[in-house]
Every structure is written in C-alpha cells, then in structure tokens.
Write a protein that binds this ligand. Structure first.
Ligand SMILES: O=P(O)(O)O[C@H]1O[C@H](CO)[C@@H](O)[C@H]1O
Length: 292
C-alpha cells in the first residue's frame, strides 16, 4: 500500500469511489471536515453517524499515523449533512501527493461545496501560545515551490482549470465569520489569524530552519492541509482551515525543548472542546454565505 509513485486518480476512478460511498450512506454531504492530529474527537459532533472505515473503501489509502483513526464519518452537524475525515494522509507516509489529496475530489463528486480543514502546527510567531487556534489566511507551499504540487500531471478540466488561482485559497467571508463566532464564544484571547507553512516532514524542523521560517514571516508550520486545499480549490470547493498551535518552534541553541508528537496529541485533547464549539457554530451559520 505504501507507494511513492505519482499515480494520479482519473475522474472515473474518483467517481467510482464517490458512487460506492453514496451507495453506502444516505447522507448527501455538503460540508467536509478534516480532522488534524489529535483532533479526531471533532468527528464525535456528528449526529446519527454512519462510519465507513478506509480499509473497506475500494481504492482508498490507509491512515498510518497515531492520532488518525482512518475512517469517514457521515451524518449531520447542526442539521447539515456532513462527512468527517477522521484521519488524513500525509506526504511522509510514503503516499504520492495525488493519493493524499484523493478524498477532496471524491467529496466534490459527492456534492460537497465547503471544506473545513484542521491541523496541529508549531508556532513561529512569538505572540502565539500553545493552545492558540489560528485561522489560516494564507500558506507557503514548500514542496510545491520545488515542483511537488498535487496538480502536477495531465489536467482534467472536469475538475478544474490548468492554472488555478491561489490568492483566494482561504475564504475571506468564512475567516471573518470565524472571528465573529470566536468573539461570541469568548475565544478572542486565543483565536489568531496567520500564515501556515507546509513542509514534507516527518522530521521536525532544525533550529536554523525555524529561524528561516521566522524571517519569512511564517506564523505556524506543519506537514499537511495545503495539498488538500490546492486540490479542493482547483475543483471549486470553498476552504476554511484552522491550526491548533500544539508546540512552539525551538529557536534557541540553548533551549532544552524538543518537538514531539505526544505533545501535539495532548494539546488536541486539551483544546478539543473549544475546537468543536468553533467548528460546529461556523457550520451552523454556513447558509449565511453562498458557495463559490
Ligand atoms: O497536520 P496534522 O495532520 O494535524 O499533523 C501534524 O502533526 C504531525 C506531527 O506531530 C504532523 O503530521 C503534522 O502535520
């Protein structure tokens, strides 16, 4: 199953998976939610869940990372039909970049118009604290800058244009809505907005790399989300993304701090409740905004 070959899924292959899923649930999702590391509890918000394990879905990749359960949860959230990815795929698991983003095209074919992505990330912004939630306003795509972009390969116009715009990747109205909802919920002290930097992983950054990212104006760093957003935007879905700041980047050679996945998962457990409140309130207000 672990393969790094640049296998691109055809429109027909995506359609076959989408049709299989539609045949196994009566839910017709309009919203997709992607759970980041340690944030799988978000899926517990889904009412009347129909759970389909990745291992049972034909041609679907498998989750290999601790904190990613490996199943799709279909159901309703605030009365809206949703699908929740309890477990996402990362480049460092050895999958091709087309494979880790496959679910986005499948969701599009199922009828999804809005994708809400979450992740755990390390902070570069000295004003951020562990436990802060950052609304992503923009990204820097390190693998993409060197040619590893999920849209590399033949373009199928049924999904989208050859050269998609990314200056509007993170929906402005939804970012605004998140700030409004955050203020109403009393989250303003720990709700931030910033730039997410994606790198390949799985090793965490060196001190020199963290200093470079800081100089670039990066607010948070992680190993996911951006590839999914590029594919989702390519096929016209609206994207909104949240980073839970799980650790602070180590910037000093005298520091004893060491980034580690256990701390990442633990921060998810501590902030799970607030992440749920934020996401579910945003979903409850989605009809105030028209899909793109
Ligand atoms: O981005 P998510 O899936 O939340 O996971 C983050 O947490 C892991 C590192 O602890 C990396 O996979 C990083 O990308």
């Amino acid at each position: 199953m672990l393969s790094n070959s640049a296998h691109s899924y055809s429109y027909e292959e995506c359609k076959t998976i989408s049709d299989w899923l539609l045949a196994h649930t009566e839910v017709r999702p309009l919203v997709a939610i992607v759970c980041g590391s340690g944030l799988g509890k978000l899926a517990e918000m889904i009412k009347d869940p129909v759970i389909l394990k990745y291992k049972d879905i034909p041609n679907f990749p498998q989750s290999t990372v601790q904190g990613h359960a490996g199943q799709l949860v279909f159901g309703t959230l605030q009365g809206k039909h949703c699908v929740c990815m309890q477990g996402r795929f990362h480049l460092y698991e050895g999958y091709s970049i087309q494979k880790i983003t496959l679910p986005m095209r499948v969701f599009k074919l199922m009828g999804v118009h809005t994708v809400i992505l979450t992740n755990a990330a390390g902070s570069l912004n000295p004003g951020y604290r562990v436990g802060d939630i950052m609304v992503i306003k923009d990204h820097i795509n390190m693998p993409g800058l060197s040619g590893n972009n999920p849209l590399v390969g033949p373009n199928d116009d049924r999904f989208g244009t050859r050269f998609p715009c990314m200056s509007d990747a993170y929906d402005r109205k939804l970012r605004q809505l998140a700030q409004e909802v955050g203020a109403e919920l009393g989250f303003s002290d720990f709700l931030k907005e910033g730039v997410y930097f994606v790198l390949g992983g799985p090793s965490f950054e060196t001190i020199a790399e963290c200093r470079m990212l800081h100089m670039l104006g990066v607010d948070a760093v992680g190993m996911s989300t951006v590839h999914e957003v590029i594919v989702a935007r390519h096929c016209g879905m609206r994207c909104f993304a949240l980073s839970l700041i799980s650790n602070e980047a180590v910037m000093e050679y005298t520091s004893q701090e060491k980034a580690n996945h256990e701390e990442v998962l633990e921060t998810g457990r501590v902030r799970a409740g607030q992440m749920e409140e934020l996401v579910s309130t945003i979903v409850s207000r989605l009809e105030e905004y028209s899909a793109c």
